[in-house]
Design a binder for this molecule. Structure first.
Ligand code: ATP
Length: 302
């Protein structure tokens, strides 16, 4: 497991990271979400040892990260680092050699990855001849070629078309399933919402929320119910203990006025009271919990 503990970093008098702590667990895809300039890249650079923190520490399986441990990490930097004039397979294998693979292993890993990333046909083309999306697939291959113990990827999905997103995702998921912790940054909510198991949200250099995706939904999203009846649901406005979030004739979305929403015993009782009141007035077409989207959580957490 990778543990980031109370890391702070300033550039001049600009405090870019402020007491940042979170874990990246084996076997999980952890999405690192934040607006431009929130501090994602700086955090990743510190994990990779490219940049030193002013205070705080990074540990791998409980120990400080040494150079030999770091050599086994896989990193896809924000400023993509491949050589435009070099052939795709040649340079991916070369990256494998830089990370200590034998020539034979570097070649076989490269071939397998290019196959998986659907780039095999472009193996002997120069990188610059590839579309931007394909260049990005090659970047992913370069980060993975040495079978890393940890994967840190800066915006790996940005600029990819939906098919390429699926291809890259399949490859990353396979690594995660093998027990590799995967941390990937993104400022695209929709991408992260679908792809991550765990989520770390950073805003202005501070972690504002972190945890399992479902757990965060429950913790941060305001729980609501949608009620659909057979006549106007305006009577909900007079019901004590709830607030009507939206009302459109027979269709309403309600949330508790105070406390922990509809979670817990009190919340459940309140839910049942709303349902009974609706049944007393006629037919109930639907009564369903509304799961908050990551978008709502993100807005609440920053
Ligand atoms: N070397 C540097 N010198 C001065 N300021 C820096 C340096 N590197 C980063 N910063 C500043 O630190 C802040 C965080 O930048 P960082 O690149 O970590 O954010 P980010 O979340 O990765 O954003 P983006 O999505 O735009 O890449 C920004 O205000 C940036 O201008």
């Amino acid at each position: 497991m990778l543990r980031i503990s109370t890391i702070s970093r300033s550039f001049g008098d600009h405090r870019v990271l402020d007491d940042v702590s979170f874990d990246v667990e084996p076997g999980r895809m952890t999405g690192f979400l934040g607006a431009n300039g929130a501090g994602k890249t700086t955090t990743m650079r510190i994990i990779l040892g490219v940049l030193a923190p002013d205070s705080g520490s990074v540990t791998w399986n409980g120990k400080p990260v040494t150079q030999s441990v770091r050599q086994r990490f896989g990193y896809m930097p924000e400023e993509r680092g491949l050589y435009p004039k070099m052939k795709v397979a040649e340079q991916i294998a070369w990256f494998g050699r830089l990370h200590g693979l034998s020539a034979a292993k570097a070649t076989s890993n490269t071939e397998k990855l290019l196959e998986q990333l659907e780039l095999a046909e472009r193996a002997d083309d120069k990188l610059e001849a590839l579309s931007l999306g394909n260049q990005q697939r090659a970047q992913v291959a370069a980060a993975l070629v040495h079978d890393p113990t940890l994967l840190i990827l800066d915006e790996p999905f940005s600029g990819l078309d939906p098919i390429a997103v699926e291809t890259v995702l399949r490859v990353l998921r396979e690594r995660a399933a093998d027990g590799v912790p995967v941390l990937f940054s993104s400022h695209q909510l929709a991408v992260v919402e679908r792809l991550c198991d765990d989520l770390v949200i950073i805003s202005g250099g501070r972690i504002t929320a972190s945890g399992g995706r479902e757990e965060l939904r429950e913790r941060y999203g305001t729980p609501r119910y949608e009620l659909v009846v057979d006549s106007d649901a305006g009577w909900l406005r007079d019901m004590p203990g709830i607030r009507v979030a939206t009302l459109d004739g027979p269709r309403a979305v309600v949330e508790p006025e105070f406390g922990n929403g509809f979670a817990g015993t009190d919340g459940e009782r309140l839910g049942q009271r709303i349902l009974r009141a609706a049944l007393e007035r006629g037919e109930v077409r639907a009564f369903t919990p509304v799961v908050p989207t990551l978008d709502e959580i993100f807005k609440e957490a920053i």
